[in-house]
Design a protein around this ligand. Structure first.
Ligand code: BV8
Length: 230
């Protein structure tokens, strides 16, 4: 059984990573267009750097939760038959042991150089404009996909959706495309679709089944059920 899992900010909420749209979400303190667009970066790079430097620094204070660990356990059982596609830029899936993870919106612990296009693992701040480790030019930007930019790995994602038997969406509001359109693609190719979320998402009616609750409880229970049935 080939399974594709899409995750959003809701899977990291119980780890203490703020979501975007919830009450105290990231978008409360910042207007999306002020910090997550290439135009904002050109207009005010330090505001954008500070926004991502703060989120990068906060990573050392959080840990994976039972939902992340359950998906890592599922990967041990399913191997190549499982693919996790995440909209999250944190590294909690990997720290829980998941290896088959595609970060379609990029990663906080990576920087990309606008001069040489080289990518470098990055754990420190970028607001002090450090030189690129490859070409030496001080023109590194956060390696994240901003609004108006093309998400990463779209070919691999569409291929996986085409051959999926089961598509599961965890902790996402379904407000951002193309991720919010994956359920329709998967269903078109015959996959069964399941939503695990605290509340109904904007695309909840497109799913065959929905379970509402906290990912830390819903995901381990779903993984146990799937492995028993297998
Ligand atoms: C693109 C990185 C072309 C940076 C992010 C079609 C229609 C309308 C608009 C568009 C469209 N197509 C494109 C657009 C424009 C735009 C878009 O979608 N705009 C929206 C606002 C309407 N999309 C783009 O610009 C994208 N690019 O389309 O390029 C293209 C298209 C196809 C193929 C090739 C090219 C690029 C978008 C990427 C932007 N970057 N992140 C950063 O992180 O700072 S998006 C960012 O916001 C996240 O990555 C994520 O994707 C999104 C936030 O959503 P969620 O993760 O779902 O978080 P949210 O807070 O909203 O919801 C949390 C959910 O969890 C809630 O439902 C809550 O109930 C639940 N929850 C909370 N706690 C728990 C829980 N669930 C379970 N347990 C809990 N404990």
């Amino acid at each position: 059984m080939r399974v594709v899992v899409l995750t959003g900010a809701g899977i990291s909420a119980e780890s203490g990573v703020p979501t975007f749209r919830d009450a105290d979400g990231l978008w409360e303190g910042h207007r999306v267009e002020d910090v997550a667009t290439p135009e904002a970066y050109d207009a005010q790079p330090f505001v954008v750097h500070r926004f991502y430097d703060a989120r990068r620094a906060a990573l050392s204070g959080v840990s994976p939760n039972p939902a992340h660990h359950a998906l890592a356990r599922l990967e041990e059982e399913l191997g190549d038959d499982l693919l996790v596609v995440t909209q999250n830029i944190d590294d909690l899936h990997e720290r829980a042991g998941s290896q088959r993870v595609l970060h379609m919106h990029g990663e906080l612990l990576s920087a990309v150089c606008r001069a040489c296009r080289g990518r470098s693992r990055w754990e420190q701040d970028l607001s002090d404009l450090p030189p690129c480790p490859r070409c030496g030019v001080p023109d590194l930007r956060p390696d994240v996909v901003w609004f108006g930019e093309i998400p990463y790995e779209m070919d691999r994602i569409y291929l996986a959706l085409e051959s999926a038997d089961l598509f599961v969406s965890i902790g996402t509001s379904g407000a951002v495309y193309p991720a919010a359109g994956f359920v329709q693609q998967a269903a078109t190719y015959g996959a069964r679709t399941l939503e695990l979320n605290l509340q109904a998402s904007e695309v909840t009616t497109l799913f065959d089944e929905t379970r509402h609750g906290r990912a830390g409880e819903l995901v381990p229970a779903w993984v146990d059920e799937l492995l028993v049935r297998r």
